[in-house]
Design a protein around this ligand. Structure first.
Ligand code: 5GP
Ligand code: ZN
Length: 113
C-alpha cells in the first residue's frame, strides 16, 4: 500500500521522533501549525477514525488517546493543547492513515471549521 505514514513507520521516510512503542509512533509535523505540533499514528494502517469499529483497531485509537497526556507533558505543553483528527476529504484529511494532531506551545485561536 502506498501510504506515507506507513513508510514513516517502516523507517523508509525519516521523521523527527517524539515517542515510539510497539503500537504507536509519534513524530513532529513537517509543517508545524503551532510551536509544538506532533502527530500520533497507530502502527497498523487504519484509514481514519471513520474506520474504527468494535474490532482490534478501536484498541489502537484508545491507546493513543490514553498516551496523549504523557506525550504532551514530554513536549512541555501540559498546561493546554489541542487534539485534532481530520476525517476524509471534507474533513481536510490529506494523509489517509489515522493520525491525531497535538498542537500547543501558545494560546491557540478558537477556530473550528
Ligand atoms: P491531515 O491534513 O491529513 O490531517 O494532516 C497531515 C499532516 O501530515 C499535515 O499536517 C502535514 O504537514 C503532515 N505531513 C505531511 N507529510 C509529512 C512528512 O513527510 N513528514 C511529516 N513529519 N509530516 C508530514
Ligand atoms: Zn498507512
Amino acid at each position: 500500500m502506498d501510504c506515507l505514514f506507513c513508510k514513516i513507520i517502516a523507517g523508509e521516510i525519516p521523521s523527527k521522533k517524539v515517542y515510539e512503542d510497539e503500537k504507536i509512533l509519534a513524530f513532529h509535523d513537517i509543517n508545524p501549525a503551532a510551536p509544538v505540533h506532533f502527530l500520533i499514528v497507530p502502527k497498523i494502517h487504519i484509514d481514519s477514525l471513520d474506520n474504527i469499529n468494535d474490532g482490534d483497531n478501536a484498541d489502537y485509537a484508545c491507546y493513543i488517546l490514553k498516551k496523549i497526556p504523557e506525550l504532551a507533558a514530554s513536549q512541555n505543553i501540559a498546561g493546554g493543547y489541542r487534539v485534532i483528527t481530520n476525517i476524509g476529504e471534507d474533513g481536510g484529511q490529506t494523509v489517509k492513515h489515522l493520525h491525531f494532531h497535538v498542537l500547543g506551545g501558545k494560546k491557540l485561536d478558537i477556530k473550528l471549521g
